[in-house]
Design a protein around this ligand. Structure first.
Ligand SMILES: CC(C)(COP(=O)(O)OP(=O)(O)OC[C@H]1O[C@@H](n2cnc3c(N)ncnc32)[C@H](O)[C@@H]1OP(=O)(O)O)[C@@H](O)C(=O)NCCC(=O)NCCS
Length: 372
């Protein structure tokens, strides 16, 4: 039996959550195009859709807004642990640790199937944990969540201490909605594998966060920013990108396992960014780099169909709203947490333990070498 590296093309589950159509560049969440949801709906509405299967009525939305606002505060036990962590700790490691701590203080290990209230609490506390550690690391006092603000505005408020501009909330909301769910990606799969053993929520989420941390998955946006900073100006773009490709290095923000055409999420963000950054020279550089990179990828990697992916324009969004690079992957994580947990609920509803096989290619003992 031949192995399939990276499980490329292997179907591991059926899902009602999202359709990722890589050939036509389409992303659908439970019957709605994600790019439309990103432009017209709130974070709360799309999370509700993924968790419950339908967009909320006005009454349901108002009730969840109130309930959500109450759940964003961190328990004292968690704050005590966060206060012990080194200030220079990487935020993703802090999120993984905090998620594990939440598992110990809420006795999640006793739960099967999952308790939705726990899922909600873990998801809603994530922005507070990020902001808490970020402000500590900057020598600033952490800020309590403001129950009057919606989820995304409150996140920016807890980071900066000021109520954010509406346009900043709009572009960040669009990015977070577009990043919320994406089929059987590495972090979602990691979480589903752990949960399939009937393990607890915290263990599954720690696995997902660990997978998200890697630069080939959730770490790409900050790498994109470093790349654009290193390129510096349009004149430098072609020679810089050529050198990278000649050296056999990957261009961050390009290529995707599923999308073999433009990533619809990148297109939606590019479109939205023109509203915010028409006069931003950095955004102009990003547009130019995309064009040159796609041409060069076609030259150096013909037939591989490498185009811009969501992380490229995610970097543009997060830079435009002045989010520090250390918070790029954590921000992606607070959004993908919705997709992960929706998948975990789906996994519990039709659980069978994941158990793929491996092909042994090592040495055999002498006694077994002549077997047919
Ligand atoms: C996303 C990614 C991990 C997909 O990986 P994958 O499906 O395993 O694709 P592969 O790594 O097998 O790539 C296929 C070929 O295209 C090349 N390739 C893929 N992405 C590339 C990139 N960004 N820059 C240069 N070459 C790239 C590979 O080197 C490989 O070339 P080869 O056939 O000569 O060996 C990969 O495209 C990548 O590393 N991109 C950069 C990181 C990134 O932007 N991640 C965010 C994803 S949303």
């Amino acid at each position: 039996m031949a192995s399939v590296t990276g499980l490329d093309g292997i179907v591991a589950a059926e899902t009602e959550l999202s359709l990722v159509d890589g050939k036509n560049g389409v992303l659908v969440y439970r019957g709605y195009e994600a790019k439309e949801l990103a432009l017209h709906n709130s974070f709360e509405e799309v999370a509700y859709l993924l968790w419950h299967g339908e967009l909320p009525s006005t009454e349901a939305l108002n009730a969840s807004r109130k309930h959500w606002a109450e759940q964003r505060r961190l328990p004292a036990e968690l704050k005590a642990v966060l206060n012990l962590l080194p200030l220079e700790s990487d935020v993703m490691s802090v999120l993984r640790t905090a998620t594990s701590v939440l598992g110990t203080i809420s006795h999640q290990e006793a739960e099967w199937p999952l308790d939705f209230e726990r899922i909600l609490a873990n998801t809603l506390m994530l922005p507070t944990i990020i902001a808490y550690h970020y402000r500590r690391s900057q020598g600033l006092t952490p800020i309590e969540p403001d129950p009057q603000l919606d989820h995304v505005a409150n996140y920016l408020y807890m980071l900066t201490g000021t109520v954010p501009q509406q346009i900043h909330v709009k572009v960040l909301t669009a990015y977070l909605i577009l990043a919320m769910e994406h089929g059987m990606n590495a972090s979602t799969f990691a979480g589903r594998v752990v949960l399939s053993t009937q393990s607890d929520l915290a263990s599954a989420l720690c696995a997902s966060i660990g997978a998200m941390k890697g630069p080939l998955h959730g770490g790409a946006p900050s790498e994109v920013l470093h790349m654009l900073d290193a390129i510096g100006n349009k004149e430098n773009a072609e020679s810089w990108l050529r050198e990278e490709l000649k050296a056999g290095r990957k261009l961050m923000g390009f290529g995707h396992r599923i999308y073999k055409t433009n990533d619809p999420r990148a297109e939606a963000l590019r479109h939205l960014m023109t509203e915010l950054a028409a006069e931003d020279p950095w955004f102009d550089l990003a547009i130019h780099v995309e064009k040159v990179a796609v041409e060069l990828l076609n030259e150096y990697k013909p037939g591989r169909k490498l185009y811009v992916n969501v992380e490229f324009y995610a970097a543009a969004v997060m830079r435009a709203i002045a989010l520090p690079t250390s918070l790029f992957t954590p921000s992606f994580t607070l959004s993908r947490m919705v997709g992960w947990t929706a998948h975990l609920l789906e996994q519990t509803s039709c659980n069978r333990i994941f158990r793929p096989q491996s092909v042994y290619i090592g040495a055999l003992p002498v006694s077994l070498r002549n077997r047919s």
